[in-house]
Design a protein around this ligand. Structure first.
Ligand code: GLN
Length: 541
């Protein structure tokens, strides 16, 4: 019998519900329970794929090509899972399915309503994940904040699930902000109390309340939260600020949350084993070295735009006891004044991430040229890979005005061009080349050293690729394509053998990076940054 844990949020969004949800999963996993997670996003988009990372953070890509909310990335990293499209449920997806059924005549004669038709669809989706995943517990995180209009059908669905699945098989966790007033330094629980009231008005009484606060809540705040939340004090926990996000499961478990959940769900007592996780956290908290990385991007203002990349760099750092300090640099800064590119000299590595559209591309190309010419370790991901090809074509192969047709459709040397199957596609939703595809690695290359395998699977999200017409010219001038797709017609990895570390991939290694299993290209980059800084002759992977 599967048990269900539902996580809701109060007071504000972005209080770290995703991290608390992942942490609950971790507390169960270290007690040998199998878990999976569903993220509910109450927006009307069918998936996150069409959303601007500026507004909503990065789009996370699953193995099966789902373009999902970035919280799925946290679940995968914390819980070492490979989730599927089905693990992300949106209002758009639910309504689309209900309306399709209505058009097909499935509800013939009946008036189709939010309750029960939409709520049934939501419950079905959660239960389908439960059925297909062979787990003990399904965690469901409801995005947004209690009180949002668009969240109502989802809250109604999870309310009904208690009736249908039984008290001992369901658990509601409410995560809400407890602000501390600047002037009096008092912890204020009133907003949290209101959000619990709002939840109760809908018919959900939380079993656990997690106070999100900058500091550990004091006994007075704890007493009030329990009293007004109508739960025992032992059911109140606090997620306070910690140096690393990966400490959150540890601090919640220390407060007894893991044990409380197991008891409440009727699980028999099992020993927890946090050892592996603690080793990783130790490596993050007690580094022996530090490297400074310049991330030259276009969504630099919102750190969430690059969250998986950040984390992959940190995973790589943990593996070589190195703290990663990342500076976000708007690529346009270099376009405004080319002298600005000189600031890159102060960094141990230059990183050019994914991207879309022309803005900032010339600045990124300038950064790549600087890395190539000055022997600074470089990693390019997706657009970063494509722009590295353009830079090489322009400045090494002398193909002036070489470009991607995404940036300049009239370039005389379109070294990056739309993939053939993308021609004629007008719909923007879920039409890119998505998800995990096989890549064959060339022997005796850096890629081979890093991946230790001739065959890998990596996740993709792109419409453009290296134009084969220019392949010979690029190769002749020294660019090595050390990873290709199965038929050899799609360039996936590039490297420059004579450079200290110049490496880029069409795929996104960050989506498969895990705390204790850093992605090879990110690890390789960080290690190269470190070894260069330590004055080594070449990187020692
Ligand atoms: N804009 C490029 C493409 O569509 C790169 C995409 C990306 O960086 N994810 O191919």
């Amino acid at each position: 019998m599967v048990k269900y844990i539902f996580v809701t949020g109060g007071v504000l969004s972005s209080v770290g519900k995703g991290i608390v949800t992942s942490s609950i999963g971790k507390m169960l996993q270290v007690r040998c329970f199998k878990v999976t997670v569903v993220k509910i996003d109450p927006y009307v988009n069918v998936d996150a794929g069409t959303m601007n990372p500026y507004m909503h953070g990065e789009v996370y890509v699953t193995d099966d090509g789902g373009e999902t909310d970035l919280d799925l990335g946290w679940y995968e990293r914390f819980l070492d899972l490979n989730l599927k499209k089905e693990n992300n449920v949106t209002t758009g997806l639910v309504y689309k399915a209900v309306i399709e059924k209505e058009r097909r005549g499935d509800f013939l004669g009946r008036c189709v309503q939010i309750v029960p038709h939409v709520t049934n669809e939501i419950k079905n989706r959660i239960r389908t994940v439960a059925r297909l995943s062979d787990v003990d517990v399904v965690l469901t995180e409801v995005g947004g904040t209690v009180g949002d209009i668009e969240g109502l059908p989802f809250l109604e669905a999870i309310r009904q699930m208690r009736l249908e699945e039984g008290y001992e098989n369901t658990l509601y966790v409410h995560v809400a902000l407890v602000p501390i007033l600047d002037v009096t330094k008092e912890m204020k629980t009133k907003p949290l109390q209101h959000s619990v009231n709002e939840l109760r008005r809908i018919g959900i009484q939380p079993d656990i309340i997690v106070a999100r606060c900058t500091k550990m809540i004091d006994s007075e705040a704890l007493r009030k939260i329990a009293l007004f939340g109508t739960i025992p004090e032992t059911a109140v926990f606090c997620s306070y600020n910690v140096e690393s996000i990966y400490q959150v499961p540890l601090i919640l478990d220390e407060q007894g949350m893991g044990e409380f959940i197991c008891k409440r769900l009727g699980f028999s007592e099992r020993k927890s084993d946090f050892n592996g996780w603690k080793n990783f956290v130790d490596a993050i908290l007690n580094p022996e070295h530090e490297v400074k990385i310049a991330l030259v991007g276009k969504y630099a203002e919102l750190a969430d735009s690059y969250v998986s990349m950040n984390e992959a760099l940190r995973h790589g750092g943990a593996a070589c006891k190195t703290r990663i300090s990342i500076e976000y640099i708007e690529a346009e800064k270099f376009e405004k004044n080319p002298k600005n590119v000189e600031i890159l000299r102060d960094f141990d590595g230059i990183f050019v991430p994914y991207g879309f559209g022309p803005r900032g591309t010339e600045g990124k190309i300038m950064a790549i040229k600087f890395a190539r010419e000055n022997g600074i370790p470089f990693l390019g991901i997706c657009y970063g890979f494509q722009l590295a090809v353009i830079e090489f074509a322009r400045h090494v192969c002398d193909l002036k005005e070489a470009n991607s047709t995404e940036i300049n459709p009239n370039s005389p040397y379109p070294v990056i061009d739309l993939m053939p199957e993308q021609r004629g596609i007008e719909y923007k939703g879920a039409t890119m080349r998505l998800g995990a595809h096989k890549i064959i690695i060339k022997p005796n290359t850096i890629a081979h050293v890093l991946y230790k395998s001739r065959e890998i699977y990596e996740r993709h999200r792109h419409r453009f690729e290296v134009n084969l017409e220019f392949l010979q010219t690029l190769k002749k001038n020294g660019l090595v394509f050390s990873g290709k797709n199965a038929d050899g017609r799609r360039m996936e990895i590039l490297e420059l053998p004579d450079h200290f570390f110049f490496f880029a991939s069409q795929f996104h290694g960050e989506f498969k990076s895990r705390p204790r299993r850093p992605d090879p290209e990110y690890y390789g980059f960080v290690k190269a940054c470190l070894d260069k800084k330590l004055g080594k002759f070449k990187p020692e992977f």
